[in-house]
Design a protein around this ligand. Structure first.
Ligand code: FAD
Length: 393
């Protein structure tokens, strides 16, 4: 049972479906296979079920990679406007939430439906429950042995994603294929992931599970101003997910708990105008009360603000504006939105995503060492790299 085609795409996720429909539109005979029982599972669960499908402000600066220039060419040739054009053509209603992030009004299912309709119109064949047993490259192309027969094709596109959320079908398959064909795979770790706290901080904050506030998180020269949520294991929320991609165990992580004001100035103002009030009382007016009480219990002087001398004002302000949070680790791939690291892009063409070592072999999407910030950038990379390969195979 040999199935002949021009292009075999392995992985029916965001990047794989985009590559398939693009190649199909160019008249290529395209087959897509996925080992899961359903296509696009991560698209379905993304953005809280509404898929943050792109970010209108996408630039190369929104991505982490050992080779920061690699993503530029594909991002320039398939832009957020290109994807929005397809979304509008399929009459999918969407809105901007914040900071250029576009979400479906109704459901992420509409994005999967759109990609499947485009694949269908382009003559692409898709098979689920189809795992790969072996890939070989001969003089006349690739032979890929799968659960549903032997595929014989000129091009193979690896679109199997990263390691995040193993329960959704994530596997290290793409990395194994890359290594087998002589590619280097840069160390992988969980990104856009909640952080766990260590000993004292874990104990002191654990009871505050559910408390949330706007903060600025800072680490290794990066800063993100957004919401933080305390959980029973540690900290989460967009500001923490963003900074998690820049943090590694042992790194200094700081939180500005009063991102919208100058803490020193505010304390002097309180001393002048509300001198008799306890620090915990005035602090409870600008950050959640439970957090304020906990800070005053363990870290800050708990007394009327008029009793704070200049030295104490400076120390209190420093703690509030530059709180050193001791994280012990991340929640790992179980809850991470993305995988940092992956197939080293230095041996992959940035315009076609083709391997420079093995002609006809392409890598697209998250399996590559290109990882976006939170906010629709990861899907934009999947669409752009998928389109780049789809236009080349
Ligand atoms: P995937 O979409 O993961 O697709 C890979 C496919 O390959 C899967 O279908 C998988 O079953 C298949 N596969 C894996 N191994 C094999 C194998 N051995 N054989 C055959 N098939 C295989 N990004 C955003 O931009 N916006 C968001 O709102 C957003 N929300 C997210 C929410 C969650 C909970 C998660 C986990 C991620 C979110 N992301 C979001 C990130 C985004 O989903 C990924 O970056 C994106 O899906 C990567 O696309 P991909 O095609 O490379 O991989």
């Amino acid at each position: 049972n040999t199935i002949r085609c021009d292009v075999l795409v392995i992985g029916a996720g965001a990047a794989g479906l985009m590559c398939a429909l693009t190649a199909g539109q160019r008249g290529r005979r395209v087959q897509v296979i996925d080992h899961a029982n359903k296509v696009g599972k991560k698209i379905l669960m993304s953005g809280g079920g509404r898929c943050n499908f792109t970010n209108t402000g996408t630039t190369a600066g929104n991505f982490l990679s050992a080779n920061p220039h690699f993503c530029k060419s594909a991002l320039a040739r398939y832009t957020p406007a290109d994807f929005i054009e397809m979304v509008e053509r399929h009459r999918i209603a969407y809105h901007e939430k914040e900071l250029g992030q576009l979400f479906c009004d109704i459901s992420s299912k509409q994005i999967v439906r759109m990609l499947l309709d485009e694949c269908d119109a382009a003559g692409v064949q898709i098979r689920t429950d189809c795992g790969v047993q072996d890939i070989e490259r001969g003089s006349d192309g690739f032979r890929v042995q799968t659960a549903q027969g032997l595929f014989h094709c000129a091009s193979v596109v690896i679109a199997t994603g990263g390691l995040s959320i193993p329960s959704m079908g994530a596997s290290g398959f793409g990395y194994e294929v890359a290594r087998r064909f002589g590619h280097e795979v840069l160390p992988t770790r969980a990104g856009l992931v909640p952080l766990t706290l260590s000993g004292r901080h874990q104990e002191r904050f654990a009871e505050l599970s559910g408390v949330g506030l706007p903060i600025e998180a800072r680490c290794n020269g990066q800063r993100f101003r957004n919401f933080m949520l305390l959980t029973h294991r540690g900290v989460s929320g967009p500001a923490i997910l963003q900074i998690s991609s820049f943090w590694q165990p042992g790194d200094d992580l700081r939180l500005d708990l009063l991102p919208d004001r100058d803490a020193e100035q505010w304390l002097r103002e309180m001393k002048r105008e509300r001198g008799a009030a306890e620090l915990r009382t005035v602090l409870s007016e600008v950050i959640p009360r439970r957090l304020s009480l906990r800070l005053c219990e363990h870290w800050l002087a708990d007394k009327p603000v008029r009793q704070l001398d200049e030295r104490e004002i400076k120390a209190t302000a420093a703690l509030l504006a530059d709180f050193p949070l001791v994280a012990s680790g991340t929640e790992g791939y179980r809850t991470a939105e993305v995988t940092l690291g992956g197939v080293d892009t230095r041996k992959v063409s940035s315009s076609t995503m083709e391997s420079q070592l093995v002609p006809g072999l392409h890598f697209i999407g998250e399996v590559l060492d290109v990882t976006g910030w939170l906010g629709g950038y990861n899907f934009q990379w999947a669409w752009a790299s998928g389109a780049a390969a789809g236009n080349a195979v």
